[in-house]
Design a protein around this ligand. Structure first.
Ligand SMILES: Cc1cc2nc3c(=O)[nH]c(=O)nc-3n(C[C@H](O)[C@H](O)[C@H](O)COP(=O)(O)OP(=O)(O)OC[C@H]3O[C@@H](n4cnc5c(N)ncnc54)[C@H](O)[C@@H]3O)c2cc1C
Length: 427
């Protein structure tokens, strides 16, 4: 087994980290001011940064393939993993290279499921970085971790579909550059549970679309731009806006799944690395009872344990990326679930330690530590709650057909019921 980076991966990582050191990190404080203080989710400084990255070919490398004529440098998932980890340290930096969530999973779904005409209308502008998009599935009225519950109606009426329903927690849906929503709803109520739903593209400016209140998580706003509630009141879209066939809604949603889950995990490894670095800095600087905080065994143990966990999840992330590359996302379905649960557990534990090491500053809403803590918590719910993933994992465990009594790994009944005379437990 060879764990070294491929030439492609190393080259992109070096170029991206070099670009970030020179152009992105020095602007991070400006971005914090814009995002967190001014609630400006599309600051002017992003446009020239994106243009510069694109002109250098540092563009669209979260995609595994690109059609001829599309700008970018596609990478395999395995090659992208170290790059995404690096970008995970500064959550907005993925945008500079057009590698941001939720656009990338939407682009992958459109690439796999849309017709050439649809790709020209919806996919190409995203790949060119001309706009953003959102994926609208979750609804306040139903338990949305079971997607068969989704109740928004997509009803056929002549050459149109009429979309009616309410969504919430739709990331990036009110971003100034967000131009359309991929909406999951019921189109064929009489079909079997897995064939009832379809996905239609709804332009943000369509008549009947209302952007509702912000859906924050512990008051935080996502790097994609805030999540919002959306209402669709008899919104009419042409039949040609349906992606895939009628009843293919979950196939389209599944196409998003691997890049969404995998890339979140890659970035979370980067967040964990950053948290270790920040813990070390902070604990080395603060002194209590005559010693630097870093000199306490407790702190050293926390940091060492965090290192153990980061090493574990990084390897698992690489392995899962390789599985998705070699078997496809369906072939790696269980492994993606395992990865998601493992990363959430490590990320939550490390973020919790970081909050403690930072003291009151760890809970201050302007600090990266509190933001990371909030996202680590959200990650246990978003992208499918961990409990649903654990069910997926358990359901693929095979219960052995033979009984315990017949298992050759277990002692036979004669040994189990030995008397003390035979060397068993004395009475
Ligand atoms: C920050 C953030 C961003 C999001 N962005 C988007 C977005 O862009 N688009 C979008 O459509 N949605 C988005 N969501 C919504 C997210 O996908 C849903 O919150 C998630 O699918 C869970 O659905 P729910 O909130 O309805 O919880 P419910 O389905 O009500 O589940 C609540 C709890 O029930 C338990 N549970 C559920 N099923 C099982 C089970 N099988 N076994 C054991 N326990 C179970 C779990 O503990 C679960 O947390 C986002 C959420 C967050 C927090």
């Amino acid at each position: 087994m060879d764990f070294s980076l491929s030439d492609n991966s190393r080259e992109v990582l070096e170029r991206v980290s070099d670009f970030c050191e020179r152009e992105v990190l020095p602007r991070n404080r400006e971005m914090i001011q814009a995002f967190k203080v001014e609630a400006n989710f599309d600051p002017a400084l992003l446009t020239p940064l994106r243009a510069r990255a694109r002109s250098l070919g540092l563009w669209n490398f979260a995609m595994t393939e690109l059609d001829d004529g599309v700008a970018g440098y596609p990478l395999s998932n395995l090659d992208y993993a170290p790059v995404a980890e690096y970008l995970g340290r500064i959550l907005w930096s993925s945008k500079v290279f057009n590698c941001q969530w939720p656009d990338v999973p939407n682009m992958v779904a459109l690439q796999q499921c849309a017709t050439p005409e649809q790709k020209a209308v919806w996919l190409r502008p995203l790949l060119d970085g001309d706009c953003h998009s959102a994926f609208a599935m979750t609804e306040p009225e139903v338990a949305s971790s079971d997607a068969t519950n989704i109740a928004t109606r997509i009803e056929r009426d002549g050459d149109c579909y009429v979309v009616s329903g309410t969504k919430w927690y739709i990331s990036g849906s009110a971003h100034p550059q967000c131009r359309f929503y991929m909406v999951l709803g019921i189109s064929n109520p009489e079909a079997s549970a897995n064939r009832r739903h379809s996905v239609v593209m709804v332009p943000r400016n369509a008549e009947g679309v209302t952007i509702g209140p912000r859906s924050t998580f512990f008051g935080f706003t996502e790097p994609a731009g805030p999540a919002h509630a959306l209402r669709f009141d008899n919104v009419r879209v042409p039949v040609g806006n349906r992606i895939g066939g009628e009843g293919d809604g979950f196939r389209v949603a599944q196409a998003r799944l691997a890049p969404a889950r995998l890339h979140h995990c890659m970035r979370a490894v980067g967040q964990c690395e950053l948290l270790i670095e920040l813990m070390l800095q902070r604990a080395a600087e603060r002194r209590t009872f005559g010693r630097a905080v870093i000199d306490y065994d407790t702190l050293q143990g926390w940091i060492a344990l965090s290192r153990v966990q980061v090493e574990q999840i990084r390897l698992l992330t690489w392995k899962t990326a390789w599985l998705v590359d070699t078997r496809g996302s369906q072939g790696a379905f269980r492994d993606l679930a395992i990865l998601k649960v493992a990363v959430v557990q490590a990320y939550r534990a490390i973020a919790d330690r970081a909050v403690q090491v930072f003291g009151a500053m760890g809970g201050n809403d302007i600090s990266p530590v509190s933001e990371s803590y909030a996202w680590s918590r959200a990650f246990a719910i978003a992208d499918g709650p961990d409990e649903v993933h654990l069910r997926t994992i358990f359901n693929r465990e095979a219960i052995p057909a033979s009984t315990i009594a017949n298992s050759p790994y277990m002692p036979g009944p004669d040994l189990l019921f030995r008397t003390s005379a035979g060397g068993g437990i004395p009475e």
